[in-house]
Design a protein around this ligand. Structure first.
Ligand code: IPE
Ligand code: IPE
Ligand code: MG
Length: 257
């Protein structure tokens, strides 16, 4: 029988370990506002507080990568006023938060198709990334105009242009370096707030073996305690990556010996 090593998820973290990389779909801002008879955008505004709290919560737990879905490639379909509020909020955040992120040792990354954004926004993004490039406490990735399908396609295009001679024999390891988040390990824990149980074109390739956690809590209500609950749930799970439970126990015993 031939042995096939086709998956990039070869490393098995022991049960009970902390996630290294947490990826979150921040959902439920509109409903949070609606419940309070406020305009939807008030929910987005309030959601920023949760972002700040999550950055602190990850640093204090020594979680090295936090990835947040801020604006999907499909969110352009929303009313034009809401889209421009979200883009304006992004600009204001970049202007006001970079200094604080830098002071806290956070490296900022923004991934997605930035060609759709106005040059001023792109310049702020690039400036923020450059200022924080050498920080090591936490890598905060904001996915903006991001789509999982866009990511796989842009990686494919870059890969085939770089190595046209390999057409027909590309492997996973050829594609992975071209993905937008090639600098990060694959997410260990995926969280979606707001009650929906779907991926909504978030990280399609990278979530292949992530643990999923869905909560009804709306994003503006999500806090350190809520994150802790997700982490506790994660730590009880046995990540098998195709293997059997017995194999994992044997490997753990061997490494203890
Ligand atoms: C998520 O909250 C934020 C963005 C998509 C930008 P929503 O705006 O989707 O909130 P709900 O789902 O309508 O409550
Ligand atoms: C997903 O949320 C995108 C972000 C959180 C940025 P949506 O609220 O837009 O997702 P769908 O459209 O309900 O699936
Ligand atoms: Mg939503």
């Amino acid at each position: 029988m031939s042995k096939r090593h086709t998956s990039s998820t070869q490393v098995i973290p022991a049960v009970g370990t902390m996630p290294q990389h947490v990826a979150i779909i921040m959902d439920g801002n509109g409903r949070w506002a609606k419940k309070r008879f406020l305009p939807r955008v008030a929910g987005h505004q309030r959601g920023v507080e949760t972002v700040r709290e999550m950055v602190k919560a990850c640093i204090s737990r020594d979680i090295k990568y936090l990835t947040l879905f801020a604006f999907s490639s499909e969110n352009w379909r929303r009313p034009v006023e809401e889209v421009s509020f979200l883009l304006g909020l992004f600009v204001r955040m970049l202007q006001s938060e970079i200094g604080k992120l830098d002071a806290n040792g956070v490296r900022l990354k923004v991934v997605g198709d930035l060609s759709a954004f106005e040059p001023r926004l792109v310049a702020l993004v690039r400036e923020g990334e450059a200022t924080t490039a050498n920080n090591t406490a936490l890598t905060l990735t904001i996915c903006a105009n991001y789509g999982g399908r866009w990511d796989v396609l842009q990686a494919l295009n870059h890969m085939t242009l770089a190595h046209p001679e390999k057409a027909g024999s590309f492997g996973e390891a050829d594609l992975a370096p071209h993905l937008a988040m090639a600098y990060a390990p694959e997410p260990d824990l995926f969280i979606r707030t707001g009650g929906e149980q779907r991926i909504s074109n978030f990280l399609l390739w990278q979530l292949a073996y992530s643990e999923f956690y869905f909560t009804d809590t709306l994003w503006p209500d999500f806090d350190d305690t809520a994150l802790e609950q997700a982490i506790v749930s994660y730590r009880y799970r046995e990540r098998r990556f195709g293997r059997t439970s017995e194999q994992l126990v044997a490997v753990a015993k061997a490494s203890d010996a």
